[in-house]
Design a binder for this molecule. Sequence first.
Ligand SMILES: [Mn+2]
Length: 249
Amino acid sequence: MRLLILSDLHIDTGDKFGTFGWKPKRFIKTLEAIINHYGIEQVVLNGDVYELYKYSYSEILSRNQLLIDYFREKGFVFIRGNHDLWNLMAKEHYNITNSYGKIIHIEHGHNADFLNGTSLGRFIGRMVFYILKYLIKMRWAERLYFKIVEYDDEVNRVPRKYNSYKYLLYSLKLLKKYDVVILGHTHKLETHKMYYINQRKQYLNCGTCSLGRFQAVLLDTETLANETIKIGKKSKLIVEDLPPFPLKK
Ligand SMILES: [Mn+2]
């Protein structure tokens, strides 16, 4: 089966606190072009699809009806992220065992860190966000927030705490049990291949589709061949420029 895995869209209401950066129609068009080009059979939305820290589901729905209906009609798999823990349609993880007995494990990855992976951490996080939601309206508070979160840079807005080996270590633990582990959450598109007791193991991170960028992982569940897709902010999708992918017929 040909899978396309993407995550961390953080779909919002389109106001200035949002980070999705896509018009629903343009996002659907991009996704459709990729699905058709590669003959994708299943799309997996690997968490943080919605930005429920900042907005209610009904606020998000009213601005993105077209996109959300599209996800449902196409039968996309939803996996729970820390920003959409309350998405009742979502699963904790998604596993596929192929005909060779190889197991592919897909989860968002927030369980690797304290603030997002434990209920106490989430409670603290929620309180901080609740306060920030009001404070951030003031310019000084916004500056303070960015200082605390320590973004790598103002352009990509990737928190520095995600720029660590923590998730690689977490995936290594999972790889004792599985053959391919796919996480999201860090907003960093990565692929790692390694051997563990002569077994080929792979950790992939599907990056993010926020701030108008498109990043995803392609995987053939039978051959375990995979490829990453990366389209920059505001760049036009040229299908011919997409990486070739050896898919099994
Ligand atoms: Mn996350």
